[in-house]
Write a protein that binds this ligand. Structure first.
Ligand code: ZN
Length: 850
């Protein structure tokens, strides 16, 4: 048993610079599965800006073979977390040799093995599992790396600096923090290409994969080249090395990692072929490739001073990849998808026990702060900033940022200062978006008299576990006004709200307008506006802003479902009619119509009920959704076959946005048809599909219609050799299981020979799938909670990071009834009681239980 001492909390306010600067790092790896030797030679000199000159190097799970200073052997003091040593008060050279065991590294942090290949993951604090080092992002150095191994492909950061039989050397000329270090060695094949930058640099591009995956690289490579061009055109940023390598690995905790010149990807985030990847996968791959590539400037050339500043690189890079996707595809569809995602993942975080600011000010385990708040709300904050200052000023500020801070490790203060200097705006109040947790709620009162229309907004952010006092924030509220005949009388206007309550007037109007508020979702707030179904239906029919138009439909659907759950009401006519009109409107993008057809998720409804003071009943929510879908299918009965036929895409599969939009509408329609023909059409589509989008959508319909048995067997037979497709096979069965069968289905799948607890993708497909089945996970008998807890307890010994992330499934536990709460609490207490529980999991469960 570990000691039960309380875990250490790290505070932003306690930042101090490291006592030494590093000129150069030389590493030599002698690779061996159980006994890799790592030799380091590091040139240190005292840091004139530091007050503390303690020589502390991080190091975990390392066996020190020997250490020398200026060639003389030394005996450092070693603990579980690192070493200290007496050093000269002048420049010196540190040399160390350590031994590590990559084959037994199941945490997938540091140097580990995946399917016979060596690879690394160092963000945030993995480098300390490779050698002794000041493993903090504000220590930047150039790296030269020699790899000795008989693996045929040996890669590290930067440019190749020589190779021979059994060795290769790499040199990265750009100073970087250790978290951007990477090494790969394996039997890999490459998909090569090249790119010429705007100023004429020739860059070799490669995607490295296992032999059998070579046919799944083409799309990722095209996405990479599009990203490189886009960053030159839109941000004026060029690539800065001779090679850019991407490697796909099967065992990876996250989506991908932006290591300098050597991005490492979860294979699910880069490999795609029409037969094996869905339209959604293609879009996500394009976005992740762009995201990691864009980090080369926002993250690598300019990095973070400390991990509290994580949003400096992540919020900005998510914002940039969203701009890229909007440019490559449909901007409204991307925006709506992002808002759905924000409400589904970030709002529960911000409104629950895990609430933290975009820039947290304390943590125990930084891995627990790679959150939707840091990433997605962090991107929203930048979107607001751009909206407030305008496009030109945003561009000037970014130019200044790259100019002023290239090569530095920065803070949010540096970032905001650049905007203040470029725009002469005072951003003191705006900064609260970075320091205050919680989602602001916005209420609206209207007044109409003598041609003058007044909107009075009130903002408030409820107190939370993180902070009790909340101050008013700067809210950019984009508003348009429509006249009762549906014309737009006031086009989109940006209102800048800074007070707790503030009024804005519009005069010279001939009739009382209908307001369209929060266009393009101009601020990440909850708009608490009581408005009638007829007004929502009016906006659904006439709003010129695609986001608020969609949101009006969403509100109608939500209100209908809530009335069905709480009052046993019948589905609302205004919603059904509005929807039918949108579906018939062929002037609208099919992808957009598909989005309007989708219902709010069960967890979104639970959240809405909770906000209204009603304890959500997952079974009642499930039933209401089923009833509404059945009603929709019956109501639209006559239109469905025509719509389905009209949106079939002929010819060879292409993942472009237009084709994907047709498929997404046709498949939304197929799911309604399935409610009328018990799956006959879906079976036909399943049997005849020549691409994964069509096959998987039909598979889902068959599972939903409870006639999936044959399809389950056929799908497995067809795809058993493809790991990524089999992940889908695992997750679909759990996600589409009836509430009373979800836990037993997931449990049975964990006994399938292809289940692998050590593979995060497979684990997430199965147990994460359970958490996505709302009524199945929140089963009244507690069986869903118990199964997840069993597996989190098992996984914690192997992979704390993935375990801790999945604990978030419990974050909404307190909204449910006493019986469910008692079950959830008991399971979380059982997790906490596990001997040697990781710091990651312990911090998460403790916060959730508070
Ligand atoms: Zn990122």
């Amino acid at each position: 048993m570990k000691d039960a001492a309380p875990q250490e909390t790290i505070h932003l306010s306690e930042y101090t610079p490291f006592g030494f600067l590093i000129d150069a790092v030389h590493l030599t790896f002698d690779l061996s599965p159980n006994a890799t030797r790592v030799k380091s030679r590091i040139d240190f000199r005292p840091n004139p800006d530091a007050t503390d000159s303690t020589f502390f190097l991080h190091g975990e799970k390392l066996t020190l073979i020997e250490a020398r200073i200026d060639g003389t052997p030394v005996t450092p003091d070693i603990t579980d977390t690192g070493l200290t040593c007496t050093v000269p008060d002048a420049p010196f050279t540190w040399e160390a040799e350590v031994e590590i065991d990559p084959a037994n590294n199941t945490a997938l942090e540091g140097l580990y093995m995946s399917g016979g290949m060596y690879c690394t993951q160092c963000e945030a604090e993995g480098f300390r599992k490779i050698t002794y080092y000041p493993d903090r992002p504000d220590v930047m150095a150039t790296f030269t790396v020699r790899i000795n191994s008989n693996m045929p492909v040996l890669l590290s950061n930067g440019n190749p600096a020589g190779e021979g039989d059994g060795w290769a050397e790499w040199h990265d000329p750009w100073p970087k923090p250790a978290y951007l270090f990477a090494l790969v060695a394996g039997h890999l094949v490459n998909h090569p290409d090249h790119f010429t930058t705007a100023s004429g640099r020739e860059v070799t591009l490669n995607i490295w994969v296992r032999e059998g995956d070579a046919h799944k690289c083409a799309f990722g490579m095209e996405a990479l080249k599009r990203s490189m061009t886009w960053d030159e055109e839109v941000y004026g940023r060029e690539y800065d090395l001779d090679v850019f390598n991407i490697v796909a690995v099967d065992d990876f905790n996250m989506g991908a990692m932006e290591n300098k010149g050597l991005n490492i990807f979860n294979s699910a985030a880069v490999l795609a072929s029409p037969e094996t990847a869905t339209d959604g996968n293609f879009e996500r791959i394009e976005a992740i490739i762009a995201h990691e590539y864009f980090h080369n400037w926002t993250g690598n050339r300019i990095t973070c001073r400390d991990w509290f500043q994580l949003c400096l690189k992540e919020g900005l890079t998510v914002f940039r990849d969203a701009q890229f996707t909007a440019d490559m595809r449909s901007a409204p569809v991307k925006r709506i998808g992002d808002v759905i995602d924000l409400r589904a993942r970030q709002f529960p975080e911000d409104q629950g026990p895990l609430s933290h600011p975009v820039r947290p000010d304390r943590y125990q385990e930084i891995n627990n702060f790679y959150t939707a708040t840091v990433y997605e709300k962090g991107a929203e904050v930048i979107s607001m900033l751009k909206r407030l200052v305008g496009d030109d000023a945003y561009k000037n500020a970014l130019d200044l940022y790259f100019d002023r801070h290239d090569g530095q490790a920065c803070t949010i203060e540096d970032w905001l200062q650049v905007f203040e200097d470029a725009t002469e705006r005072d951003l003191t109040q705006f900064k609260r978006w970075y320091t205050q947790s919680g989602t602001p709620h916005l209420t609206v009162a209207e007044d109409w008299a003598d041609g003058t229309y007044t909107l009075t907004f009130t903002q408030s952010t409820p107190p939370d576990a993180n902070q009790s006092d909340k101050l008013p924030q700067v809210l950019p509220i984009a508003v348009g006004l429509l006249s009762p005949n549906g014309d737009e009388t006031v086009p989109t206007t940006l209102l800048e709200m800074t007070e707790a309550t503030q009024s804005f007037t519009f005069d010279g109007l001939s009739s009382r307008p209908v307001p369209s508020i929060l266009r393009d979702f101009s601020a990440p707030v909850v708009l608490d506006r009581e408005s009638s179904a007829s007004e929502q239906a009016f906006l659904l029919a006439h709003d010129t802003d695609p986001f608020t138009r969609w949101d009006a439909g969403r509100n109608l659907a939500r209100d209908t479902l809530i009335a069905m759950v709480t009052e046993g009401a019948a589905p609302q006519g205004a919603y059904l009619d509005g929807l039918a009109a949108v579906l018939r409107d062929t002037s609208l993008d099919p992808a957009y119509r598909a989005l309007i057809l989708a219902l709010p998720s069960a967890s979104e409804l639970a959240q809405a009920l909770d906000a209204r003071g009603t304890v959500p009943d997952p079974d009642a929510i499930h039933d209401a959704q089923e009833t509404l879908r059945q009603t929709l299918a019956e109501k639209l009965q006559d239109a469905l076959p025509g719509l389905y036929a009209a949106h079939q895409v002929d010819g060879p599969y292409s993942p472009d946005a237009a084709s994907a939009g047709h498929r997404s509408l046709a498949n939304a329609v197929l799911s309604l048809i399935t409610r009328l023909d018990s799956g006959a059409q879906a079976q036909t589509q399943f049997d005849g599909a020549d691409n994964m989008t069509q096959q998987l959508a039909a598979f889902g319909c068959l599972l939903q219609a409870k006639r999936g048995e044959d399809a389950i067997a056929a799908f497995y037979d067809q795809w058993q050799a493809d790991r990524l497709v089999i992940d889908k096979w695992f997750s679909m069965q759990v996600i589409f299981a009836a509430p009373d069968a979800a836990a037993s289905t997931a449990a049975a799948l964990t006994r399938h020979p292809d289940f692998d607890v050590k593979n995060p993708n497979r684990f997430r497909a199965t147990l994460g799938g359970l958490a996505m089945n709302h009524a199945g996970f929140h089963r009244a008998d507690g069986s869903g909670y118990a199964l997840l807890a069993d597996w989190l307890i098992t996984l914690d010994d192997l992979n704390p990071q993935t375990t801790a992330r999945m604990c978030a499934a419990f974050q909404t536990w307190a909204r449910y009834d006493e019986g469910r709460k008692a079950h959830a609490r008991a399971q979380m207490e059982r997790i906490l009681a596990k001997p040697d529980l990781s710091r990651d999991t312990s911090e998460m469960i403790t916060r959730i239980l508070k």
